[in-house]
Design a protein around this ligand. Structure first.
Ligand code: G3I
Length: 452
């Protein structure tokens, strides 16, 4: 049996070399091996619930008649991929790159994922931390704790960046990775502000969530008034998505491909955005396909608000998720909520609907209004505690979803005085975890309590 395995491995290795080399022996590089559309390598993993040093791997490649083998990142070469799952032990702390190599009709497709191992075992979602509560990110060991930022705040440094680095491990650009900023005129791209954020994240071992490729509220006027044909419009959108994702590839692990596509009114029809007008009702699927083609390894999300507070909008969103199928990896529920609603049951329904579809969940823009009825002129300790209780409730619901559905919980602002809500509603409010002097509020401790 052993000899047979080695023989299989030799043939596989030779086959891979043959198709990835020039093939014709002319020394010219034919370029990357095209991934066969019928078969793309993919796999999922989970950490053993009985031994945190054991990883359970499952090859989820779809397609007929292919051969496949693993590289567990432990050295010693590739091993055959047998039927069913594989269990692999990682005892030494470090970073490991796991590869699944799939060969069909002489063409090779490879899926790659990395894991981190510390003394306590494999770190969930590559987030290591002993569960200590000296920071939000070290307490939240099974998902990323996100925060928004701006290039000007990164460049300003000080307590903003110090707090980002201490407390968070996932960043979202509040407004500078949006079409109106990145694609200001036809044929021109400006990623400079996004690069400031992404470079800072890279330097501080933080992930970046790309928010957002397509949003009716961040569409440049030249796009709104596009002068070409519908076909030219669609080609422009594909080029924009492809160019943007390629620019940030390897640094931005996930994208909100489309944001807020549904109206809030009866039946939640699709907004009649310029994208829908010029690309058709299936513009969302087209944009997800463009994004998938640009970076097959990026996680692709649909993002929207009132997902918890509106069961009918939630249903419309989940129908979209079902229609997108394998093109979508996750749901972004913005979670712009209040201390007194929506209910825990409605928030739980967002988690349940996402988990039941096998998708990742991103609570993507959490802020919790303390003054939704404008009955306060300053934050009372009573209201601050009620707000803290709501933070705890939201975090507890998020932290209770299965590991494979976890992604990140992002708060939409660091200090109360920086919140978009102040201008939006025009009344005093204190919706975040830090006050204007970067002091932790009860809301911060509510977040931590939600992790207990
Ligand atoms: O910082 C510049 C300033 O230098 C300049 O003088 C000024 C006038 O041009 O603009 C300032 O930038 C503004 C930025 O907010 C910071 O205040 C942008 O113009 C403005 O468009 C931007 O608004 C953002 C908005 O999305 C539109 O992109 C808000 O910050 C941001 O909180 C908001 O976030 C959205 C999410 O993306 C989607 N969900 C809803 C959420 C709230 O609307």
């Amino acid at each position: 049996m052993k000899m047979k395995k080695i023989l299989i491995l030799f043939v596989l290795t030779f086959t891979m070399f043959a198709c990835s080399s020039d093939g014709g022996g002319n020394g010219l590089d034919p370029g990357p091996v095209p991934i066969p559309t019928a078969v793309q390598a993919s796999f999922v993993y989970t950490i053993s619930t009985t031994d945190s040093h054991v990883l359970i791997l499952d090859n989820t490649t779809e397609g007929e008649e292919f051969v496949s083998y693993w590289d567990y990142g432990l050295g010693g070469g590739n091993v055959n991929d047998g039927p069913g799952i594989e269990e692999v032990r990682y005892d030494t702390p470090g970073n490991y790159t796991i590869k699944l190599i799939v060969i069909k009709d002489g063409l090779t497709s490879t899926a790659t994922k990395t894991i981190k191992v510390d003394e306590s075992g494999i770190c969930p979602n590559a987030l290591c931390g002993g569960g200590s509560s000296d920071s939000l990110k070290s307490a939240a060991t099974t998902f990323s704790v996100g925060m928004i930022t701006r290039a000007s705040w990164i460049n300003g440094g000080g307590q903003h960046t110090a707090t980002l680095v201490k407390e968070f491990n996932n960043l979202t650009s509040e407004y500078e990775i949006k079409m109106n900023v990145m694609h200001p005129s036809q044929g021109n791209f400006d990623f400079s502000a996004g690069d400031v954020i992404v470079d800072f994240a890279q330097a501080n071992n933080m992930n970046v969530h790309g928010h957002v490729l397509i949003w009716h509220n961040a569409t440049p006027s030249w796009v709104e008034n596009f002068a070409g044909t519908d076909a030219e419009f669609e080609a422009m959108v594909e080029n924009y998505i492809t160019t943007t994702i390629n620019h940030f590839k390897g640094k931005v692990r996930s994208w909100d491909v489309v944001n807020e596509a549904f109206e809030d009114g009866t039946g939640h029809p699709l907004r009649n955005s310029v994208f829908r007008q010029k690309m058709g009702d299936d513009y969302i699927k087209k944009c997800f396909q463009f994004a998938r083609n640009a970076d097959p390894n990026a996680l692709l999300f649909y993002n929207d608000y009132n997902v918890a507070s509106s069961p009918t909008k939630r249903a419309a969103i989940f129908t979209l998720v079902d229609n997108l199928g394998s093109l979508i990896d996750g749901v972004g529920a913005q979670m712009h909520i209040s201390y007194n609603g929506p209910s825990a049951a409605n928030i739980q329904a967002v988690a349940d609907g996402t988990v039941s579809r096998g998708k990742k969940l991103h609570f993507s823009e959490l802020d919790i209004r303390a003054n939704p009825n404008n009955d306060l002129t300053s934050l009372t300790s009573v209201r601050a505690d009620l707000q803290a209780a709501k933070f705890k409730e939201v975090v507890k619901i998020y932290n209770s979803i299965p590991l494979e559905n976890k992604f990140a919980l992002t708060t939409w602002g660091l200090r109360d005085n920086e919140s978009w809500l102040l201008d939006f509603w025009g009344v005093p409010d204190w919706p975040l975890m830090f006050d204007e002097n970067y002091n932790k509020k009860p809301a911060y401790y509510g977040f931590l309590e939600g992790l207990q």
